[in-house]
Design a protein. Structure first.
Length: 76
């Protein structure tokens, strides 16, 4: 994914699944397409499968904690 939307959410009351759902819903309203890929900081993905809400979840240290990089997977 080269282009995506950066989402910040530091609400301690929401778990990662809720944060992804909220960001995904906003992305759909704003861009008219359903995202299918989200990158998060490794500290946010403890005890979480690699898929949530129909989205692939990947971790990378390039994303800061409490941020999500969300978008559509590139196809070649």
């Amino acid at each position: 994914m080269k282009v995506g939307m950066l989402w910040f959410d530091n609400n301690p009351r929401l778990d990662l699944a809720a944060k992804i759902a909220e960001a995904s819903s906003y992305y759909l309203r704003k861009y008219g397409r359903q995202p299918d890929l989200v990158y998060v900081h490794p500290s946010m993905i403890q005890n979480v499968t690699s898929r949530m809400g129909g989205m692939e979840v990947r971790s990378t240290r390039m994303i800061q904690p409490n941020h999500l990089w969300i978008g559509i997977r590139e196809t070649n």
